[in-house]
Design a protein around this ligand. Structure first.
Ligand SMILES: *Cc1c(COP(=O)(O)O)cnc(C)c1O
Length: 370
């Protein structure tokens, strides 16, 4: 018998499947990198803000030194923006780090973690990594069924993950529903409200989750710099919660989990209102461009509040993988979501107008061939 390392629950983990890198698709399909369009990872098609780039260049001179372990300036920028004390902030190597820290801090083997079907893959990974028992609550109209999620909470539950808007489906929970849910959750359960796409919400959907952090000691709000702020490659996110939660996360995080270039860029990006509003506008226009075309093609899609759209490309279970492969051959990278239990669908990130058009043109071709 061969030697097996680690606990069963670690060996059972299926690795995260990310969007394919441009260089890999170029190699695999013999394509020219410059002609490949990547709409697979919900990145900002504008790239990083110029303000962040300048801040990184200035910070480069000091990269021989360790970063500020407390991230003072970045926390200061967050403090100013959200009106919370520094003691309520945890910085993360991407918000993925925050999600994992929450699982490590609050979940032991055998404890239950509640999250929705078709929600972010990292919830399952973070749960499994600590031996937690995943309680996956069936989705309602591709989104979270909060009543069913509440009903799934038991004395063994330690953590609940909510994503608003949700990835990969793009669904949105109105503020009143989340508030009612938070009120109903027992105090021993920590709720992570993952707001990775918050900056894309239109004015009429915006809500104040920080007010809930003041109200609920068991709430952790998670934010990322990877999406609307355009810093996915730098890996910065943050959590906001009262000290009862934040203290613990800060004890178990790596002391230098956010590097100095990332900290400098994040400060600049957080203060760059112009970039953020330009990104949101580009996204709203791109959403119209994509969804109008889907309607014209007779394709079903899930109305999205993020920077991506889930679209149904066929009725057979292989449809997503089949269309994805045909698109890859044409240099278009989107995200098949069979691993999410959505094998008939593709998730496409909203890109620049010409990228969206290249995707739509390729999609029309491959759908016509099918
Ligand atoms: C992209 C994403 C994140 C995390 O991204 P990071 O780059 O790790 O900050 C978190 N939650 C959801 C729902 C996401 O889609």
């Amino acid at each position: 018998m061969s030697l097996q390392f680690g606990p069963d629950y670690v060996r059972a983990i299926a690795p995260y499947q990310g969007g394919k890198p441009i260089s890999e698709v170029a190699r695999e399909f013999g394509l020219d990198e410059s002609r490949i369009v990547k709409l697979a990872s919900n990145e900002n098609p504008l790239g990083m803000p110029e303000s962040a780039k300048q801040a990184m260049i200035a910070a480069m001179a000091e990269t021989g030194r360790y970063p500020d372990a407390n991230g003072f300036e970045l926390k200061q920028a967050i403090t100013e923006k959200y009106g919370v004390p520094q003691e309520w902030i945890t910085l993360g190597n991407g918000s993925n780090d925050i999600l994992e820290l929450a699982a490590h801090a609050f979940v032991q083997p055998g404890h239950e973690v509640v999250y929705a079907q078709y929600s972010f893959a990292v919830y399952a990974l973070a749960t499994q990594a600590v031996g937690g028992k995943a309680v996956v609550v069936p989705a309602k109209d591709y989104g979270h069924d909060l009543a069913a999620m509440r009903a799934a909470i038991t004395p063994d539950t330690r953590l609940v993950f909510l994503a608003n808007p949700n990835n990969p489906t793009g669904t949105f929970l109105p503020a009143a529903d989340i508030d009612a849910f938070l009120k109903s959750v027992p105090q021993h359960v920590v709720v992570v409200l993952d707001e990775a796409y918050n900056e894309y919400l239109a004015a009429e959907q915006q809500y104040d989750s920080i007010q809930w952090v003041r109200q609920y000691p068991n709430l952790l709000v998670s934010r990322t710099m990877s999406k609307a702020y355009g810093l996915a490659g730098l890996r910065v996110g943050f959590g906001i919660a009262q000290p009862g939660i934040t203290d613990l996360l800060n004890r178990i995080r790596q002391p230098f989990n956010v590097n100095s270039l990332a900290q400098a860029a994040a400060v600049a990006a957080l203060n760059d209102k112009e970039f953020l509003s330009r990104s949101a506008k580009l996204n709203a226009d791109g959403y119209q461009q994509l969804t109008r075309a889907f309607e014209a093609m007779g394709l079903e899609y899930v109305p999205s509040f993020g920077n991506f759209v889930l679209v149904k490309v066929g009725n057979e279970d292989g449809a997503g993988a089949r269309i994805n492969l045909a698109l890859l051959k044409r240099g278009i990278i989107v995200r098949p979501v069979g691993n999410y239990g959505l094998p008939q669908w593709l998730r496409v990130s909203i890109g620049l107008p010409e990228e969206n058009e290249a995707f739509l043109a390729a999609l029309r071709q491959v759908m016509a061939e099918a």
